[in-house]
Design a protein around this ligand. Structure first.
Ligand SMILES: *Cc1c(COP(=O)(O)O)cnc(C)c1O
Length: 349
């Protein structure tokens, strides 16, 4: 490390191995769309697309700028997952050979007869966020604006809980919608949670993000592909009864040794991180001790006599799954990945 900073080390070979594990759950006909919205869930969009390209069938993004960047490095299909909103976006989509989701009748109007765009028709099956109603799908189909090359898609709200009755309802509604259109229309329903819990629903396209990066799904042994780490810049001894950090939130129950780490909430470590959250120092576990500040985190190293300044502290990594951090703090791994800030130095290998 040259200049001192928090660092994000991304190992794309871990993503490749997660993807091959996920593909083994899919039916043979299904294709794998790798979701790289939000800067590849914080992993670095351009580098990740370049390194993962040969392992996937297509890429999914949300913002048009991301689609343009992805197109600059791959000729594989790219899906703009919330579609287009202006005429200029339509032109960019055509120029860059993007496929676009259509989730509302207004988007159909905007697209008009630009029929060179590949369309993914999104149906609202119960999540009530985006998507056409059954009646709107019917109108669109009868007007002939859904061709048989379109893909019919929906998004599951509760697939992470296989027992939630919403799953059955959404699956039934999706089937009902499919029965309205031509038999050869392709289908896509699965995100990561749906693939893991309902692999029989992989149909023509699986759209997976979080699991490929190693988030969520503790029982699958997926590998956390990113390591967020920063060096120790100070070590001090404190006496029993002394308090540490803003609000003096944590009080020493005995004489202790504390290390101060060069990263804080301005790097993306949540300000609400609780005392006792585990980190790794030289492959040994230590705990966060006191409130996270903008640029610093304090950790308890009382039982780690060999730790010294410049040693690196990892907040999460393959060895300390990002799901530990998120679960112990009432967060989701998606949020930890995507909140890493610009000042963190990113290295993708
Ligand atoms: C983000 C997204 C996905 C991927 O979800 P994961 O839970 O990360 O697998 C799939 N489909 C759509 C429409 C999305 O927006």
């Amino acid at each position: 490390m040259t200049a001192y900073s928090a660092e994000l080390i991304v190992d794309s070979s871990k993503i490749v191995s997660n993807i091959s594990q996920l593909k083994s759950l899919m039916s043979d006909e299904a294709k794998f769309m790798f979701i790289v919205k939000s800067n590849a869930y914080g992993h670095g969009l351009k580098e990740i697309v370049q390194k993962i390209e040969s392992n996937v069938d297509a890429f999914g993004v949300v913002r048009i700028e991301e689609a343009i960047l992805v197109r600059s490095v791959t000729s594989k299909p790219i899906l703009l997952m919330q579609g287009i909103y202006t005429d200029s976006e339509i032109h960019i989509a055509i120029e860059n050979n993007l496929q676009v989701v259509v989730h509302s009748m207004n988007q159909f109007k905007l697209i008009g007869n630009n029929n060179e765009l590949g369309l993914w028709i999104k149906i609202n099956t119960g999540m009530n966020r985006l998507g056409l109603s059954y009646e709107e799908l019917k109108v669109a189909y009868e007007k002939g604006i859904i061709s048989s090359d379109s893909v019919l898609m929906t998004h599951m709200a509760c697939a992470n809980d296989p027992d939630d009755p919403m799953n059955k309802m959404q699956i039934n509604n999706f089937e009902k919608a499919f029965n309205l259109v031509e038999r050869k229309t392709k289908r896509s329903i699965s995100n990561s949670a749906c693939l893991v819990n309902f692999p029989e629903l992989s149909f023509d396209w699986v759209r997976s993000g979080i699991a490929a990066y190693g988030g969520e799904f503790k029982n699958l042994n997926l590998r956390t592909a990113m390591t967020l780490r920063a060096p120790i810049i100070s070590i001090r001894k404190i006496k029993k009864g002394e308090r540490v950090g803003y609000g003096g939130r944590k009080k020493a129950s005995k004489d202790m040794k504390i290390a101060i780490v060069y990263a804080g909430y301005a790097d993306g470590i949540p300000q609400t991180t609780t005392d006792g959250t585990k980190v790794l120092v030289n492959d040994k576990l230590a705990e966060i001790f006191g409130r996270v500040s903008m640029d610093l985190v304090s950790i308890d190293i009382t039982n780690l006599p060999k730790v010294s300044e410049n040693d690196l502290v990892s907040f999460w990594s393959e060895e300390l799954s990002i799901n530990e951090f998120s679960n112990n703090n009432g967060l989701i791994s998606y949020e930890l990945m995507t909140r890493i800030s610009k000042r963190v130095k990113v290295k993708v290998t």
